[in-house]
Each structure stands twice: as C-alpha cells, then as structure tokens.
Ligand binder design. Structure first.
Ligand code: NI
Length: 169
C-alpha cells in the first residue's frame, strides 16, 4: 500500500464531475487500499478519488476514526455510489475536509440517506445511514460531483475560509 498525494483547494480536479468506474478489478482494489491508507495517515473519516488526483466515482469511509487515530478499522469502500433516498429532516454538522486543510464550518445535510454502490468486490450494496455516517456519505459523494463543503455555506463564510487558507500557505 502507498500513501497518495493529496490535492487541495483550489486545484481544478476538485471542481470537476467524476467519471463512473467500469469494472471493479485487482487494479482498482489496489487503488482502494491506497486511498484507505492515505485517509488513515491523515486521520480522515472519508476520502474521495479526486482528492488524490483521480477523477473517478470512488470513495472510502471510516466513521470510527477518532482524533487520536484509527479505532477500527471499519472501512467502507464505495464505487459508483448513488444516493437513492434521503430524509426531509436536515441536520447541522461541523465539517472539515482534507482538501481544505485546517478549516471547518457547519453545513446543513439530510439526517439520513440511502446509498447504493459497488463494494470492494464489485458486489452491489445498499446502505441506510444516519447522522454522522450520513453526513460523511453526503460530503464524499459531493466530491464526485465537484462540490466541496465550502460550496454549501454562505458566501461570507466561504470567503473567510479561502482567505485563511491563502494566509496559511
Ligand atoms: Ni472532503
């Protein structure tokens, strides 16, 4: 396994809609392993392929990662994930992103989502997730459509975060 290079805002791959994966094979599984290792090495709870420079509809998630590191591992591998149902109820959650380092903001998300995807072995799965896991799934699937969490907050808040990012560079 290998830790991959992380792409950060405002790299243009992060605002591009990703392509579907055609086949889950050994080559893809190796990439899934590398994505997971990259995510764990940065104590992230989710990572989408464009964040490591690959414009494909792939995410890895582990909602059991704590600030101290990995409590699991309990990884979810999602290839071509599609949110097929979502709650009307919304929740506010403080979100960060490995591609927007050191920043966070409250984002409004659906309280639960039902997601359909192909797993590590290319088998179709359906998962009903709520609260924290639902938030991560929405955040990561947004990445596949070129949407960052800072695109879902007020322009004022967004500009503040971008200014802080510039300063820290
Ligand atoms: Ni993110």
């Amino acid at each position: 396994m290998a830790v991959l290079e992380l792409y950060t805002f405002p790299h243009k791959i992060l605002s591009k809609k990703c392509d579907e994966v055609e086949c889950v094979n050994d080559e893809l599984r190796k990439f899934l392993d590398d994505m997971l290792e990259t995510m764990y090495s940065d104590s992230g709870v989710g990572l989408a392929a464009p964040q490591v420079g690959v414009s494909k509809r792939i995410v890895v998630i582990d909602d059991k990662v704590t600030d101290e590191g990995v409590a699991g591992p309990h990884p979810l591998y999602m290839v071509n994930p599609v949110i097929v149902e979502k709650s009307e109820d919304m929740i506010l959650f403080n979100e960060g992103c490995l591609s927007v380092p050191g920043q966070s903001a409250e984002v409004e998300r659906h309280q639960w989502v039902k997601v359909r995807y192909l797993d590590y072995f290319g088998k179709e799965q359906e998962l009903l997730a709520e609260d924290y896991l639902a938030v991560i799934i929405q955040h990561e699937t947004d990445h596949l459509d070129g949407i960052l969490y800072i695109d879902r907050i007020s322009r004022l808040k967004r500009n503040m975060i971008i200014k802080k990012l510039d300063k820290s560079k």
